[in-house]
Design a protein around this ligand. Structure first.
Ligand code: AHG
Ligand code: MN
Ligand code: MN
Ligand code: MN
Length: 333
């Protein structure tokens, strides 16, 4: 009856995290309660996306659901959402020790073209019950205690790390539970796919242009010339299979290897992606899966944000591929 045993031994995300937390005698289940409320928000967005809600409404709806779920968990003290200009300080009666930074709906411009979209979140923990301030979330990504994303595609997959590896859970709609389907995800050491929006190619700096060229065409010595050939190249290669949805692009990179890049360019010298709730959570996951995350200048998780919506260039993915990018930036000096 092995199959039956397997069928009845349901490793839900709640049970998985409880197992993990039980290794910490001092943990009182607070993290599990917090996570359950994040999971509630993900289930809501998953069902709304499947109902075909239109984008604008979904951007607002998902933000409201996550804020209400997180506040009602009684385990948070400050929240940062991509959709809110200012941080949300939780009312004293409902405060806990966790700070959650999140992008309620990432890639939302893709809703109408069927590309998977997602929710991204990162979790910091404060040490005591002081009055929450922005300083509690303007911390380097390496201080996060957990991070994850939920991808709303053909199925709903939640990928989570609490700092000891990465695990993936798939929503079983008949149970309404996220079941462990991708235990201990490890990103391949080297990949064949890079994902970058080449629309910005003419504004890239040297190392980025070189890296992209070295991957797919003979490297030409002057990257100015390289850009021209890159223009030509975009017509002949379908190599930047970037889906313009960070969650979908990162999920593919995590499972198949390769790199995801949103470099700086002349138009946006800090790149486009936001540090707290896009760069840090995805970098945290990549490092926990054996990959790397680099800003062009430093390890992404060492960045110290100064404002809650700060942006940073980001190169993340397979260990060896990112080493190549780091070498190109080091050579540029
Ligand atoms: P969001 O939908 O949360 O605003 O984020 C969109 C981001 C990210 O998903 C993606 O990698 C990037 O925007 C794509 O930007 P471009 O369309 O400029 O390439
Ligand atoms: Mn986003
Ligand atoms: Mn968003
Ligand atoms: Mn947005």
């Amino acid at each position: 009856h092995a199959a039956d045993a397997h069928r009845t031994d349901l490793m839900t995300i709640t049970r998985f995290v409880l197992n993990e937390q039980s290794k910490y005698p001092e943990s009182r289940g607070d993290f599990t309660i917090l996570l359950n409320h994040i999971v509630l928000g993900c289930k809501f967005v998953c069902s709304s996306v499947n109902k075909g809600e239109e984008q604008k409404k979904l951007d607002v709806l998902s933000n409201e659901v996550f804020i209400k779920a997180l506040v009602s968990s009684g385990r948070t003290c400050i929240l940062v959402s991509e959709e809110d200009e200012d941080a949300i300080i939780v009312e004293p009666s409902k405060r806990g020790r966790y700070c959650v930074v999140f992008d309620p709906l990432d890639g939302s411009s893709n809703i109408d073209c069927g590309v998977s979209i997602g929710t991204i979140f990162g979790i910091y923990m404060v040490k005591d019950d002081h009055e929450p301030t922005l300083a509690d979330v303007l911390q380097p990504g390496k201080q996060m205690v957990a991070a994850g994303y939920c991808m709303y595609g053909s199925s709903c997959t939640l990928v989570l790390s609490t700092g000891k590896g990465v695990n993936g859970f798939t929503l079983d709609p008949s149970l309404g539970e996220f079941i462990l389907t991708h235990p201990d995800i490890r990103i391949p050491k080297k990949g064949k796919i890079y994902s970058v929006n080449e629309g910005n190619a003419k504004n890239w700096d040297g190392p980025t242009a070189k890296y992209v060229l070295v991957r797919f065409t003979l490297y030409l010595s002057f990257y100015a010339v390289a850009i021209i050939s890159l223009e030509l190249q975009t017509w002949f290669y379908d190599n930047d299979i970037m889906m313009n949805s960070m969650v979908a692009d990162v999920h593919r990179t995590l499972l198949y290897g390769g790199t995801f890049m949103y470099p700086a360019d002349k138009k946006s010298p800090s790149g486009k992606l936001r540090v707290l709730y896009e760069v840090f959570p995805m970098s945290f996951l990549m490092e926990n899966a054996g990959g790397q995350a680099f800003t062009g200048k430093q390890r992404a998780l060492d960045l110290v944000p100064t404002k809650i919506h700060d942006r940073s260039p980001i190169f993340l993915g397979s260990y060896d591929d990112i080493e190549e990018i780091k070498a190109l930036y080091a050579a540029e000096g």
